[in-house]
Design a binder for this molecule. Sequence first.
Ligand code: HEM
Length: 822
Amino acid sequence: MSARSATPWACAASSSTPPTNASPNPAATTCARAPARRCWSRWRPATPSPSCLARASTERESAVPTSKPDPAKRGAALAAQFPYNVNKVAEHGAGVPPAGAASNTSDPLQTASTASESAVSPKVGDGVPPQGVNPNNGPLDRVRTDSGGQVLSTNQGVAVADNQNSLKAGLRGPALLEDFILREKITHFDHERIPERIVHARGSAAHGYFECYKELSALTCAAPFAAAGKRTPVFVRFSTVAGERGSTDTARDVRGFAVKFYSDQGNWDLVGNNIPVFFIQDAMKFPDLVHAVKPEPHNAMPQAASAHDTFWDFVSLMPESMHMLMWVMSDRAIPRSYRTMQGFGVHTFRLVNAHGQSQFVKFHWQPKQGTHSLVWDEAVRISGADPDFHRRDLWEAIEQGEYPEWELALQVFSEEDAAEFPFDVLDPTKIVPEEMVPLQVVGRLVLDRNPDNFFAETEQVAFCAAHIIPGIDFSNDPLLAGRIHSYVDTQISRLGGPNFHELPINAPLAPVHNNQRDGMHRQAIHRGRVAYEPNSLGGGCPFQAGRMGFMSFPQPVEEDKVRGKPELFAEHYAQARLFWHSQTPAEQMHIAHAFSFELSKVQVPAIRERTLAMLVNVDAALADMVALRLGTLVPDPQPMAYAGELPAYPPSPSLSLLSRPGASGIHGRKVAILVAPGVDEVMVATLQAELEGQGAVTRLVGPHVGMVGGLEADMSLETGPAVVFDAVVVPDGEVAADDLSGNALAVEFVTLQYRHCKPLMVVGAGAGLLAAAGIPATLPDGAPDPGLVGSTPADLPAALAAFVQALASHRVFARETDPPRV
Ligand code: HEM
């Protein structure tokens, strides 16, 4: 995009720089309050920093006016400095808005609500007017609550003498209405739940930071990219889309990947998904899509599943969903962990620099742990074994200091480049292939702290696609336009009113000062009688930021007002083909199986047939595979909406999950060591030490928990089934191996590890368990299986090295057959 040099643009590189204010009166000064920013220690018992103390004492002095003004004339001295609205003339035309006229006074009574504010009490405070400060914008420590050593009380702070018994007329008599303690407790309990998110209800989150690798001022003036090494605090929530709040983590679904940057320019929410495209092209269809995928309205089934008639009815009538369906039927929709997913901003956004020059951008999060997924049979079993599989994985990894990391990569391109692409960059069903616009890595995201309280943080966090900061702007993507409206709108009912931005997890670190007032659950107590702008009674504050503030990129809009779509949006299949042809054979098989599974659950044959007719337009072999498993013939292809020639993209290897194994080795991988009485306990200790030394997590799984011989088992074969582990080791020990071979649960354990293509290592007599399970020694083509590591006790070090290598590679898909061999 060419520079819009005619526009004298500049966005705030740092909001702490005071503006040069236009003042209507030479006596009016630049507002001294704006740069003063926060001084948190004044609201905390902790020792204040010297600079804060200095400021507090200055304010205390200035809080004592030399002569008390007539209360009715509060603000008069300030008002006198504004003989007229000097900025009025600049409101017309398209120039840069000027900074607001602002003045200040050394007399805090001028801007007070009441002449009595210096009257002090433990409740109203120390009589020092909190000028220029919003204490809501501080670190979360200000609201973290701990009850250590404290007495139990009511919400009114009254100590509760008896928390066991309600108040009754006699020991066997009726409970009394006057029992305000019982009633408060029950009333609060009755209202503990809030509505769940209408979509993405199920999720988990963590705190962390974004660290910029190099300053990007040529591209954007957004604060997180201002300097190399700069860290911006973040809160990140991962989610499924369709399931309810209590649904299983491993459903086949898109995953949300929402990042809230608490930047010095305000909150920026990059509310993305783990798939770079979407089902629909226009926000008008979002309610239809969600109604189709959610449980069917007559019987509220199925939960957290797209495998039902209404979903496939809708998408098979909406061929623009074809590209997204390929991704959702791929292993991307059953990730191994939130830590092993990519994230994408999906829409085309804009970066804007301080000169007002703009480029288009696509945002990508790339996991350092690599991209890894489950296999479908495993995902289904995990739903039963541990519905919190992803939540637990994220929580435990952070607790263990295995902090997940992603790198942020950008695809930056100009509007002129975009005009040459064979697709429309405003169409959210299209990617920009990496071969067309390479990715540049610009920073990393690290999640290093679990929340203190799930409800207060993870449930109450409110992400919003409309939360952008100077340096970032929207494109005209019509899906994005609907999102800009939707999030705050839904959160007003989910979070009970318009003041949820004051909830501690949502409050920005950047100071908030405006004239919005009142509404349900307002926390701030605004000082003064001014709640409008322009004003003179408040010295003009809070004043308009002018060029320091957010200014929309002035994109020209010239066309007629219409309802419709650009022509290129009609091309629905070329990128679905690109995706299919970029997958490895194993991934293609998984996609075909996923379509077959989902469509097998569809009861109406016409819907299956219509979907097959879409698949033919992607690839005849894919349609054949699915039709075979549905016991039907491949129908004629659906007619295409696009009259032009379909773009032919070369395969893009980076679209395969297997192209990103990650660089973190076996860090965070979970390994089961099967134990039974008679197992070689010394070997077990060696295995644990070696594997944990390389970052893996080991668990001893036995016939029962507790003592198994001289070892303490962490889990039983029932509570710790194969599917919740990445790999298994069966150590040496004749008696133990016999015991396990006669236990169907142990046989099933290694069978499933094998079927799900995970690494298995057996030492000495441990090999007997594989024989009992009938596990083949080689791959179907007779080649050695790199994921099956056998060893004698003497060869243990070499075997461990091979096992670690197999574990780092995650799966051996060359083992897969249809149907499975064991
Ligand atoms: C017009 C299309 C869309 C609309 C109207 C829409 C609307 C919504 C709504 C109402 C919520 C619940 C918010 C809440 O209660 O806090 C939500 C959540 C979410 N949406 Fe969308 N959405 C749309 C498309 C998308 C797309 C394309 C993406 C991905 C790029 C996306 C990603 C998310 C994520 C990640 C969440 C969960 C945020 C969280 O963790 O709290 N949505 N969406």
